[in-house]
Design a protein around this ligand. Structure first.
Ligand code: ADP
Ligand code: MG
Length: 340
């Protein structure tokens, strides 16, 4: 009898192992960053096929939105003759509507039209400090309101010198496009460097995502378990540059034309990748004081990692704490969350 029971246990374990999804992973270089993809499916072949589909979807998003390359749809929009209305396809028309609405909702802290200012500060190339006069002269062309957008006819008109920058929303949009594939997978995760998105069932019902300590980015401040949706982080990063002794952050306050002074980081969770991406950038610009007030009012799940002397202070919005506590969308896995 005992033997039979032992045999049954082994048989069950084998059945469980056979049922357990297979995980496939790969890395690629896309959107100016290293991307990691993981897919879980019933068999190796399906998991690998899913990885391939995810990668193709990311490549398509890059071809549409990336401003890291010039041969993209957005790149062509940025090269359009000023003053001439251009027709947008339905997808880009919806993107424009969302950009306009987040720009307004964040009081202008998020502005995808900051391109001319990003260039003036040399954020993507050689950092430099533009003069006040230069910044003043660029401000009018660096606002979304300078782009005439007609949501009914779906046309947009580029202002002279105007350049849209997808740095603050492209990764989030790419994640949402991948979700729309509705892959037959047990679950998948995409890490776009600064933005992580998960869909479906992860290992142990969620995916462990480490949040970097802004004082030393190779160190983890805490970790969360991501079940669904996307976590976007905006913060001092390898993309911050120096001009002499001055640090030039890669996120600008579009209202002043100056780099946002906050030097910690902010993480936002949202079911929609686009919103998480936009919001982490906007909350970085607002800084912890104004940002937490705004996030509470707007019921946004956000957490700031603030450097104070040499300490790390963690402050979260109500939306974040509630989610962590009730454990619906994100729940705590690991160290450090006790401090929230
Ligand atoms: P990361 O580049 O690390 O993903 P973000 O998602 O916060 O960080 O996006 C920052 C990028 O967005 C900048 O590198 C720049 O290209 C662009 N950007 C800078 N300031 C703003 C802003 N206020 N609103 C929208 N986009 C911005
Ligand atoms: Mg962002």
């Amino acid at each position: 009898m005992r033997l039979l029971a032992a045999w049954m246990t082994i048989a069950l374990a084998a059945a469980a192992a056979a049922d357990r999804p297979v995980e496939a992973a790969r890395t690629a270089y896309l959107m100016g960053t290293r991307v990691t993809l993981v897919a879980r499916a019933a068999g190796r072949e399906l998991a690998t096929e899913n990885l391939e589909s995810l990668l193709q979807s990311l490549e398509q998003s890059e071809a549409l939105l990336s401003t890291w390359r010039i041969d993209t749809t957005l790149g062509r929009l940025n090269a359009a003759s000023p003053g001439e209305p251009l027709a947008l396809d339905p997808g880009l028309c919806t993107t424009f509507q969302k950009l306009t609405s987040w720009h307004e909702r964040t009081g202008g802290a998020f502005d995808p039209a900051v391109g001319p200012l990003v260039d003036a500060w040399g954020i993507e190339r050689d950092p430099r400090v533009p003069s006040d006069a230069e910044i003043r002269s660029l401000l009018p062309a660096s606002r979304l309101s300078a782009w005439q957008f007609d949501p009914v006819g779906c046309t947009v008109t580029r202002p002279p010198r105007g350049r849209l920058d997808s740095g603050g929303f492209g990764k989030g949009a790419a994640f949402d496009a991948a979700v729309r594939l509705r892959l037959p997978a047990d679950g998948w995760l995409i890490d776009l460097g600064g933005q992580v998105g998960a869909h479906g069932q992860g290992p142990f019902g969620g995916w462990r995502v480490g949040i970097a300590d802004p004082r030393r980015r190779d160190r983890e401040a805490f970790a969360v378990r991501l079940i669904t949706g996307s976590l976007a982080t905006s913060g001092g990063s390898e993309r911050d540059r120096r001009a002499g002794v001055r640090r030039i952050g890669h996120i600008l306050d579009p209202r002043s034309g100056q780099p946002a002074p906050f030097d910690g980081s902010v993480v936002v969770w949202h079911e929609e990748g686009f919103a998480a991406d936009v919001l982490s950038t906007a909350l970085y610009v607002m800084g912890p004081e104004a940002g937490l007030r705004w996030a509470d009012r707007e019921q946004i799940a956000a957490v700031y990692l603030i450097r104070h002397n040499n300490e790390l202070v963690i402050r979260s919005s109500r939306g974040w704490t509630e989610r962590v506590r009730v454990g619906r969308a994100i729940y705590t896995g690991v160290s450090g969350m006790g401090r929230l």
